[in-house]
Ligand binder design. Structure first.
Ligand SMILES: Cc1ncc(COP(=O)(O)O)c(C=O)c1O
Length: 343
């Protein structure tokens, strides 16, 4: 246990309002597996945030949401384009390949972001019956590198997808952080930009656990997904505890309040770090992640006190994540410790 961690936004506990809601729903007896009107209603409410035709399914984990998204829309001879740094490529232990049997085409990027220009050369190679066929573009918003697609960039990817008969998936484990950074609604960033399917995370932003998968315009795939969710072991029997978290997260504005704090703290941290000559910030800070190169000799001592990850050990680049309950005091203490290790 660490009193302070910049390791990940899922190192934080759950927001007290979420915990209180869990306690309140603990009384009484409920049908399992979401077979109560309650879960249907909450799923419909979340879907409505993404447009009138959207459908939503609740799940336990972000990996599960990504796998279910891709499995619902991919055939085994088809391929998914993603950034090399994408969570589906680096940190899901091949789950997408296992469950879809499709191919992941991981494209190197300087900043974690895909573009039509980066994808096009791959499509032109996938011409005949010997090759997996292009089907889905999967992007993360915000990205694993703390960067952000503008609405115009998402629209450009969606237009490119349509021209090439592809679908567009967003891994939105940090969609809330992206929405507050862009000052837009979930629908403006997804449905209005032509996105097909979205994994919406809540675990990293103040829930105990909880994710949602939103089919913006594929009702048949949404129907199939109910069964795939069961096969993936993502159907929760005591569903009320998942449903209440997602409802509270949305209705009480927890998603916004928490993401605003996490993003604000990352900005503050980046500002303070940029005043230290020996530290180099490597990516613009739009959301709740700060990537920075630190002098190698201070990293072990700093890690003894604060948990954080070395992102690229060859260049001493670290990832410092802020979360819903990162405070200014924590930032000050980290920056003071960096300064004193450098003297
Ligand atoms: C971008 C992104 N997508 C998906 C996930 C998966 O979430 P989980 O760990 O709940 O499976 C993560 C978790 O770190 C993530 O960072």
């Amino acid at each position: 246990m660490h009193t302070v961690s910049f390791g990940s936004d899922n190192h934080s506990g759950a927001h007290p309002i979420i915990l209180k809601a869990l306690q309140d729903i603990n009384a009484g007896y409920w049908h399992g597996y979401g077979e109560e009107e309650y879960t249907e209603t909450v799923q419909a409410k979340i879907a409505a945030l993404f447009g009138p035709d959207a459908r939503c399914l609740l799940l336990m984990t972000g990996t599960g949401a990504n796998v279910l998204a891709l499995q619902s829309l991919l055939k085994s001879y088809e391929a998914v384009f993603c950034a090399e740094t994408a969570h589906i490529n680096m940190h899901e232990a091949g789950a997408v390949q296992k469950f879809t049997q499709g191919r992941l085409i991981a494209i190197p990027t300087p900043d974690g972001k895909l573009s039509p220009k980066l994808i096009a050369p791959h499509i032109s190679l996938m011409t005949d019956q010997h090759m997996s066929q292009p089907r889905i573009i999967s992007i993360s918003q915000s990205t694993e590198y703390g960067t952000l697609y503008t609405l115009d960039e998402i629209k450009a990817l969606s237009a490119f997808a349509k021209d090439n008969n592809l679908l567009l998936h967003i891994d939105g484990a940090r969609l809330a952080n992206a929405a507050v950074a862009l000052n837009c609604s979930f629908a403006e960033m997804t449905a209005d930009c032509g996105v097909d399917i979205v994994s919406l995370g809540a675990t990293k932003n103040g829930c105990l656990f909880g994710e949602a998968l939103i089919f913006i315009n594929h009702p048949d795939a949404a129907k199939d997904a109910v069964y795939y969710r069961k096969q993936l072991t993502q159907l929760v029997s005591k569903m009320r505890y998942l449903t209440i978290q997602m409802e509270t997260y949305i209705d009480k504005g927890i998603w916004k309040e928490n993401a605003l704090n996490a993003n604000r703290m990352a900005k503050l941290l980046a500002e303070k770090l940029s005043e230290i000559r020996e530290v180099t910030i490597t990516q613009p800070v739009y959301v709740n992640a700060v990537f920075a190169i630190l002098p190698a000799h201070i990293i072990p001592a700093l890690q003894a006190k604060y948990h954080f990850y070395l992102w690229n050990e060859h260049r001493n680049e670290v990832r410092l994540m802020c979360s819903w309950n990162t405070s200014e005091g924590m930032i000050d203490s980290l920056v003071d410790d960096i300064r004193s290790l450098l003297t």
